[in-house]
Structure formats: structure tokens, C-alpha cells
Design a protein around this ligand. Structure first.
Ligand code: PGA
Length: 246
């Protein structure tokens, strides 16, 4: 099933999140043929869980730590997230990589921990503008995926991947659907190379300046299995339009 996900980033307090859900849920009540995922900040997970418990809309987290528990001040474990009904975690978002210095090694540990805990990770990959201009898009994406999946290649079917070109995030300048399709097809081929037993269950999402106007153009592409939406997901009406746009 296609996966349309919202990444709220560091936006919306718990009370604003409740208001959001009150507006959003009636708008998508009749949606059955696609999976809808909301990834609020950690502080809103609790209230969102209470509201979403008996709903089809899924709850995700934007980050996690890989250790099970202990002296890791400020970090959140996967069992804590699971207890709040979280079924997906975004791992390796470019803001984590480039603002908070997350390494491929750390991302690999987080993915491994997600698989152990039975939470489905959404691995984010994507090239920066200078890499794109140097013709390195495919190489960068391949390296990020190979390093992220190192040692866990047998579990490709248990993760989803978001292709998010860094230069397209929050800029209003998305990739073209044609360019996204090329990278998505490349990622899918790579998964079969990494895991000869791969069954094709990984959904490859596009992210980067998706809005209600362009969403359907991405979704029309063969290898675009969903979207990861930042800015436009903060408006419940805009996000509902994206969810229903194809
Ligand atoms: P954007 O962000 O939709 O605001 O470009 C996407 C993301 O960072 O996941």
C-alpha cells in the first residue's frame, strides 16, 4: 500500500497537535487505500496516541536512540516509542545528518535497533546540491544505503526508504518527478543487489517540497510508492489534499 507521511519536524506543541488532529482526521476518514503516517515531535506522541488509538492513521517518530535503556540523557528508546503506539521511525533525515552530525555508522545502529524492536524504519537518503552538480547523485545515494544497511542486508523488506534530495527540502524547489523516478528505480535495483532474496516490499518515498499541487505528479511515477512531507504537512487541509491527491 502507498505510504503518505507527514514529518512535522520541530513544530506544533501538544495542544496544537490536538487541534491539528481534530481538523485532519475527519478530512481523511474515508481514505482506505493508502497508509497515512504522522510523525509529530516526541512531546506530542502521547496526546496523538490517545486520539489515534482506534484510528487507521499511523503514528511515527522523527528519531530514536539505538540503546535499550540507561544513562543516555535526552535520548528516547524504541521501547518507549513502541509503548506509545509508534510503528515507524524516520532514521537518518538530512537534518539529523547535516545539523546534528549523524554518521552512517550511527544510522546503521539505529536501523538495526528498529528491526530488533519490530518498528519499521524509514531510512532517508539524498544528495546535496554540490554532489548533484558534480554528477554524484547515484553514487551518494548508493553509498548511504550500503552503509546504512551494512550487516542487515537480509532485512531490506522490513524498511522503507525516503529519497530526499537535500537541496529540495524546505526550498520550494522539488526534484522533477522524472528525476525522482530515476533515483527510485535505481534504489529498488540496488536492494535486489544487496539482498538477492529481496521481495520488493520496501516502499521508496519521495520527499522535498511536496505540496498539494505537485503531489499527484510524483505519485504518478511507477517507482514512487509514497511521500514524506515536511512544510506542507503542517496545515491539516493541505496534508489531507496531498493524501487524497492521486
Ligand atoms: P519539506 O520537507 O516537505 O518541507 O521540503 C521534507 C522533509 O524534510 O522530510
Amino acid at each position: 500500500m502507498k505510504l503518505i507521511s507527514a514529518n512535522w519536524k520541530m513544530n506544533l506543541t501538544p495542544s496544537q497537535s490536538v487541534q491539528y488532529l481534530q481538523k485532519f482526521l475527519p478530512l481523511v476518514e474515508d481514505v482506505r487505500d493508502r497508509e497515512i503516517l504522522l510523525c509529530p515531535p516526541f512531546t506530542s506522541l502521547c496526546v496523538a496516541y490517545e486520539i489515534l488509538k482506534d484510528k487507521e492513521v499511523k503514528l511515527g517518530a522523527q528519531n530514536c536512540y539505538y540503546e535499550k535503556k540507561g544513562a543516555f540523557t535526552g535520548e528516547i528508546s524504541l521501547s518507549m516509542l513502541k509503548d506509545l503506539g509508534v510503528s515507524y521511525v524516520i532514521v537518518g533525515h538530512s537534518e539529523r545528518r547535516w545539523i546534528f552530525g549523524e554518521s552512517d555508522e550511527l544510522i546503521n545502529k539505529k536501523l538495526t535497533a528498529c528491526l530488533e524492536e519490530g518498528i519499521r524504519p524509514i531510512l532517508c537518503v539524498g544528495e546535496r546540491i554540490e554532489e548533484r552538480e558534480a554528477g554524484l547523485t547515484f553514487k551518494v545515494v548508493e553509498t548511504q544505503i550500503r552503509l546504512a544497511l551494512s550487516g542487515i542486508e537480509a532485512f531490506t523488506d522490513s524498511i522503507d526508504i525516503a529519497y530526499e534530495p537535500v537541496w529540495a527540502i524546505g526550498t520550494g524547489n522539488p526534484a522533477t518527478p522524472e528525476d525522482a523516478q530515476l533515483v527510485h528505480a535505481f534504489i529498488k535495483d540496488l536492494l535486489y543487489i544487496l539482498n538477492p532474496k529481496h521481495e520488493g516490499r520496501t516502499r521508496v518515498l519521495y520527499g522535498g517540497s511536496v505540496n498539494p499541487q505537485n503531489a499527484s505528479h510524483f505519485m504518478a511515477k511507477r517507482d514512487v510508492d509514497g511521500l514524506l512531507v515536511g512544510g506542507a504537512s503542517l496545515d491539516p487541509e493541505a496534508f489531507a489534499k496531498i493524501v487524497k491527491s492521486f
